[in-house]
Write a protein that binds this ligand. Structure first.
Ligand SMILES: C[S@@+](CC[C@H](N)C(=O)[O-])C[C@H]1O[C@@H](n2cnc3c(N)ncnc32)[C@H](O)[C@@H]1O
Length: 294
């Protein structure tokens, strides 16, 4: 590895650093292991992936993930049929570009790699809300995600991205191998931008719900996900139960969350949060995995 990790850097850089030390001929072996999230995302599920994977139903019709974020579980689960959505427009555009215009996306990311410095980062921030070409928007979004402070996403009232630059010496802006792998995983997958309640509901489908956590920092969007939203989500889960769907939900362990899901299977798992607004906010935390099936 080229350098020691600084304490405030998200842990998911380690894989890329490791990858850079691996000979090219061995990279396809790693590729077979499957894609990983191609963005750093607050609330990423890599730390409890094995716990979640073990709890996915053996059979279901369509895998649906209406708070897709980085999509860690989707990429690890490799479902045959999937429907992914999120309210974040830029994030969804990036997923669509990885699925439909990988070469265009990579070409744009290469430009960002060569031009990256503080001034370029500041211009890219402004350009994100002005750019009209969807692939260019996606590339700007991924570039900013990989170079901004802690991979946070935050926009001001005017919709302009306003997270400061991170202090990375050599940020991995373009991970060609993983993007290609992610693109393969996304072929044939439906990807939409909307709020969670608009996800199509069909019996036999599996829904993995990973909302912004209750009572934690929300660095995803300018729209806060408050108690009322958690109540609506719990009502939505009851509707999924009535329609004979499977659901699995992740959330923080608070009395409020436990009360909302009374009657369902509630389990405590522990994992490390990867992105936080404060360096000391990261660490082992208990979270709940709630299901309506065994
Ligand atoms: C905890 S993150 C998901 C993390 C993801 N599972 C991962 O592994 O990276 C929550 C996501 O919910 C999205 N979100 C927030 N409010 C939403 C809403 N009302 N409907 C749909 N998505 C929403 C955010 O944009 C964010 O991507």
């Amino acid at each position: 590895m080229s350098r020691p990790r600084k304490q405030h850097e998200p842990l998911d850089f380690s894989f890329e650093e490791v990858l850079s030390t691996i000979a090219d001929e061995n990279k396809p072996l790693l590729q077979e292991a499957g894609a990983r999230p191609f963005v750093k995302w607050a609330g990423g599920k890599r730390s409890i992936l094995s716990e979640l994977l073990a709890r996915i139903p053996k059979t279901y019709r369509t895998y649906c993930e209406p708070f897709i974020g980085g999509g860690a579980l989707f990429f690890a689960a490799k479902p045959e049929k999937a429907y992914l959505s999120d309210v974040n427009f830029h994030l969804v555009l990036a997923f669509v570009a990885v699925r439909d215009d990988l070469d265009g996306l990579i070409a744009n990311l290469k430009i960002h790699v060569t031009k990256h410095d503080k001034d370029y980062f500041m211009r890219a921030r402004t350009q994100l809300s002005r750019e009209k070409d969807p692939t260019k928007v996606a590339a700007l979004f991924i570039y900013l995600n990989k170079t901004c402070y802690n991979g946070l996403y935050r926009v001001n009232r005017a919709g302009e991205f306003n997270v400061p630059i991170g202090s990375y010496t050599t940020p991995t802006i373009l991970d060609d191998t993983n993007l290609r792998s992610a693109s393969r995983s996304l072929q044939g997958v439906e990807i939409k931008q909307h709020v969670f309640s608009q996800v199509p509901v069909e019996n036999g489908n599996f829904y993995y719900l990973d909302p912004p956590y209750h009572k934690t920092f929300d660095g995803y969007d300018s729209s806060r996900f408050g108690d009322k939203d958690h109540e609506r989500l719990a009502a939505f889960c009851r509707a999924l139960e009535d329609r004979r769907c499977f659901f699995m939900l992740s959330n923080s362990d608070t009395p409020f969350v436990r009360s909302l899901y009374k009657g369902f299977k509630i389990e405590k798992v522990s994992g490390a949060r990867f992105v936080s607004c404060k360096a000391d906010g990261r660490g082992k935390e208990n979270e709940l995995v709630i299901r309506n099936y065994e």
